[in-house]
Design a protein around this ligand. Structure first.
Ligand code: SF4
Length: 279
């Protein structure tokens, strides 16, 4: 007989099961699960799961609308790459130096509406790094990246890869919240992104995942619809860059979660990770 769960744990489990269902994962747990919980999550009794790496992107997307408008002739300032590897034990201190340099930043207009500057979260020596567009309301309030609803979805994506959030590193293109969650203006993103590049150079992840069109645009320095950038591995500053949908977009259009999972499986393949056994 299934053990009774407290409401918060149950809600979290329902949300997790929904997420795996949306990814196309059907073997949620190896041990018997609460059928009522699965029913509440809108899914069925699990079937065996065989991970697959899908091929070229096929889905239509609205990313052409989300791709930020970078002036065609305006170069994006890529700071020179740090070629000397920083020892893992020194990376936290190196990142702190960058944070100290940013300080109480007023370099762009986004500082005016900021509550808390959001520098990053996670392991300074992470093998996997995620880059998002910029903080939302929850992140601005807490000073941490991806802590709202999109953050919960990102946490689930990380867990599906067999990792813990503390094992990855998460940062943004802009570190202050754009008003009304609008896309950062090119001047704002170009002013702030050199700090991100330096964070990447310090962490030196084996794989970098750009979440959404804005992150992809400013990392790759090219304005392209997301569909043309997904489902392959890009070379970027000595690491492998994979582009996928922003979790906030996936909340708006859950049908794309399978496509996002295919992208994450490419990242897993590059990292030598296998989907976790659940139970
Ligand atoms: Fe400074 Fe970046 Fe914030 Fe702009 S977004 S004020 S450059 S930390």
């Amino acid at each position: 007989m299934a053990r009774a769960l407290d409401p918060a744990t149950r809600d979290a489990l329902v949300e997790r099961v929904r997420f795996y269902r949306d990814l196309g994962l059907t073997e949620f747990y190896r041990r018997p699960v609460d059928a009522a919980l699965l029913a509440e999550a809108g899914t069925e009794i699990p079937q065996p799961f065989e991970p697959q790496i899908e091929g070229a992107p096929s889905s239509p997307s609205s990313d052409s609308q989300e791709t930020p408008a970078i002036p065609a002739r305006k170069p994006i300032p890529f700071p020179p790459q740090v070629v000397t590897s920083i020892e893992p034990t020194d990376r936290a201190a190196a990142l702190q130096l960058i944070r100290d340099e940013i300080g109480d930043c007023t370099r762009c207009a986004l500082h005016k509406g900021r509550n808390k500057l959001v520098f990053a979260d996670g392991d300074p020596a992470a093998r996997l790094m995620f880059v998002g567009e910029g903080p939302g309301a929850d992140e601005d309030a807490q000073g941490l990246p991806f802590v709202g609803r999109a953050g919960q979805l990102l946490n689930n994506m990380i867990a599906a890869m067999g990792l813990k959030r503390e094992e990855v590193y998460i940062a943004y293109v802009v570190k202050c919240r754009p008003p009304g969650n609008r896309t950062p203006e090119p001047e704002e993103a170009n002013t702030c992104s050199p700090f991100l590049f330096r964070q990447i150079d310090v962490v030196r992840p084996e794989v970098l995942v750009a979440l959404g069109a804005t992150a992809a645009t400013y990392l790759l320095g090219a304005r392209q619809p997301l569909a043309g950038l997904r489902a392959r591995v890009h070379a970027f500053r000595g690491t492998k860059l994979i582009v996928t949908y922003h979790p906030a977009f996936l909340l708006r259009d859950p049908r794309q979660k399978k496509e996002a999972w295919a992208d994450l499986q490419i990242a897993m393949r590059e990292l030598g990770l296998k989907p976790p056994a659940r139970g």
